[in-house]
Structure formats: structure tokens, C-alpha cells
Design a protein around this ligand. Structure first.
Ligand SMILES: Nc1ncnc2c1ncn2[C@@H]1O[C@H](COP(=O)(O)OP(=O)(O)OP(=O)(O)O)[C@@H](O)[C@H]1O
Length: 295
């Protein structure tokens, strides 16, 4: 019989993880031998997920908030055997589930396990993995201020707008970006790397290539930009970067950044300050159960 490991953070989601663990056990019992694991603190989800790879499990279900999901991904990425992955979001933010179109309702997220999967890209920055977005600059601190409603409405762009607003008040930095097909060097207010092509996701919402196109989608907001938020909004929605001198857009498989000052990196919501940083993509790296296509 196939083997599933259910990794639960019992403290997330108003401590309902254990209840969902029981639901999962019932649902999966006909197909899998289910191994329920509860985390007791930081690092446990990584360790359990790693163990699932080494013991050739067929499925890992991550039950918890973004922190738990992120720890789980750390354990799975770049292992020789990688089980399929399902996420049952129990956090307050659940960026991961939003970015990958996993139902935000825990019961619905459980329902879809066993249905469709898709291969998703995983990003890597130095020794760490990301699934969604990296923001570089003074701005990342401001990102915590983005409301959940904003995130639901406009996804990754919520970060961008908050970032742009915050950038107005902050110093710029000299950034040097080298990528596979070019380079950028100059005074910058904000640099964003998105694994998902948010622009395309507005234009061709059901296209599956969005999360597994093998590229990072990069946006440099240059210093001295006329920070007309409405204009930048329009630009981003239409994807017309070519016509906007204040935003440089490129896509790349490998990106390296350096700066002349210490900078913060916000990686999927966690802060890190480690430069130079090298970003790569692990294309179609994890097989994920996901929700209905948005149409
Ligand atoms: N039993 C535990 N008690 C306390 N902390 C734990 C326990 N198990 C895991 N953790 C830690 O809690 C961190 C945050 O958990 P997680 O993101 O799942 O939930 P959350 O804080 O409710 O989510 P969100 O931030 O989206 O609201 C994890 O990164 C993990 O290190």
C-alpha cells in the first residue's frame, strides 16, 4: 500500500490541526498507510518531510500556516525521491495556497487530495527555497503591513503596491543584477522576483504554465521613478513594461544580485539579509495537488 505522511502544526489555525489530521486519516485510509506527525517546534516539519523522502513515501500533506509549509518544502526540495505534496492551509495568511491556487478552506483542500496534480517550480536563493516571491530593498519590512484582503484581491501585486508606497519614503540603493541574458545596474527602489508570472495570471488566468514555466519574473522599480501608483498599477495589469521607463521587467533562470549597502530580502514573507544572493529555479520540481482552475 502507498504511504502518506501528514505533517501537522497543532498550534496553527486555532489549534484545529489535530481535527483535520483525523479527517485526513479517514480520507486517505483507503489508498494509503497514513503516518500522522505533529510538530513540536521549529525544524520539525523539515525533518519529517526529509524522512518521508528518504523512506520513499508517496504523499506528504502539510497542515499548517506558511511557516509549516515553508519548512516542509525545505525538507522536500532537491531530495532524490520527492513524494507528491498536498497543503491544508490553516494559517492566517496562507500565501503559499493563494499563489498556487489551493483552496483556502481546509475541508476543501482535503477534498481535492487525490484529484488533479500539477508540477510546480521551486525557487532557490542561496541555500533556501521559495515558492512565491522575493522582495529586495528597504521595502520588505513594509510588506507585513499588507492586509489579507489586499492579498486575496490582487495576490503578489499587493506586495508590490505597498512596496512602491513605502519606497517613496525610503532611500534608494545601488543594485547590480546579473542574469542569464543580461544585466542591470543602477539606483533602485525595489527589486521583485516572482516565481509565478502574476502579470500573465491576470491576463490568461487558467494557463497552467504560470507556476511551472521554469522562469523567475523580475521587476526593477528604478530610483527617480515617477511614483504614480495608478500608472504603475495600469502598467502591471496590462503587462506593458516595455513602455514604462520606471519599471524594468525581465525573466530569467538564474539571477545574481549585489548591492553596495546591506539590504533586506523578504523571501516568501521571511526576512533575510544575505548578499550577494544567487537565485535559481528548480523547474517542475514538486508534484502538487491543487484546486479548481480559476476561470
Ligand atoms: N507545536 C508547536 N508549538 C509552537 N510552535 C510550533 C510548533 N510546531 C511548529 N511550530 C512553529 O510555528 C511556526 C509557525 O507556524 P505556522 O506558519 O504553521 O502557523 P501560523 O503561525 O498559525 O501561520 P500564519 O503565520 O500564517 O498565521 C512554524 O514555522 C514552526 O516552526
Amino acid at each position: 500500500m502507498a504511504k502518506a505522511m501528514v505533517i501537522i502544526n497543532p498550534t496553527s489555525g486555532k489549534e484545529q490541526g489535530v481535527k483535520y489530521g483525523q479527517m485526513l486519516q479517514q480520507k486517505l485510509a483507503s489508498t494509503y498507510t497514513v503516518d500522522l506527525r505533529e510538530t513540536a517546534g521549529e525544524g520539525d516539519a523539515t525533518r519529517f518531510a526529509r524522512e518521508a523522502c528518504e523512506a520513499h513515501y508517496d504523499l506528504v500533506v502539510l497542515v499548517g500556516g506558511d511557516g509549516t509549509v515553508h519548512e516542509g518544502i525545505e525538507g522536500l526540495a532537491e531530495q532524490a525521491h520527492r513524494p507528491k505534496v498536498a497543503v491544508v492551509p490553516l494559517g492566517t495568511v496562507n500565501d503559499f495556497a493563494r499563489a498556487l491556487n489551493i483552496p483556502l478552506d481546509a475541508e476543501q483542500a482535503i477534498d481535492i487530495i487525490g484529484e488533479r496534480t500539477k508540477m510546480v517550480d521551486v525557487g532557490k536563493v542561496n541555500d533556501r527555497y521559495f515558492m512565491n516571491l522575493v522582495a529586495v530593498g528597504e521595502v520588505p519590512q513594509a510588506i507585513g503591513d499588507v492586509s489579507i484582503e489586499q492579498k486575496t484581491a490582487i495576490g503578489a501585486f499587493a506586495y508590490f503596491f505597498e512596496g512602491v508606497k513605502a519606497a517613496v519614503a525610503n532611500d534608494t540603493f545601488h543594485l547590480r543584477v546579473t542574469y542569464d541574458t543580461g544585466e542591470f545596474e543602477g539606483e533602485t527602489m525595489l527589486f521583485l522576483i516572482a516565481l509565478t508570472d502574476s502579470v500573465a495570471s491576470f491576463r490568461t488566468i487558467s494557463e497552467e504554465a504560470l507556476v511551472n514555466d521554469g522562469y523567475m519574473h523580475c521587476y526593477v522599480v528604478k530610483a527617480g521613478s515617477l511614483l504614480d501608483t495608478a500608472r504603475i498599477l495600469t502598467t502591471l495589469f496590462t503587462g506593458d513594461f516595455q513602455d514604462d521607463a520606471s519599471i524594468e521587467y525581465f525573466r530569467a533562470k538564474r539571477v545574481q544580485i549585489e548591492a553596495n549597502t546591506p539590504l533586506s530580502l523578504n523571501i516568501d514573507g521571511d526576512m533575510l539579509s544575505e548578499l550577494p544572493a544567487t537565485f535559481t529555479v528548480l523547474p517542475r520540481h514538486l508534484e502538487l495537488f491543487y484546486g479548481i482552475e480559476m476561470t
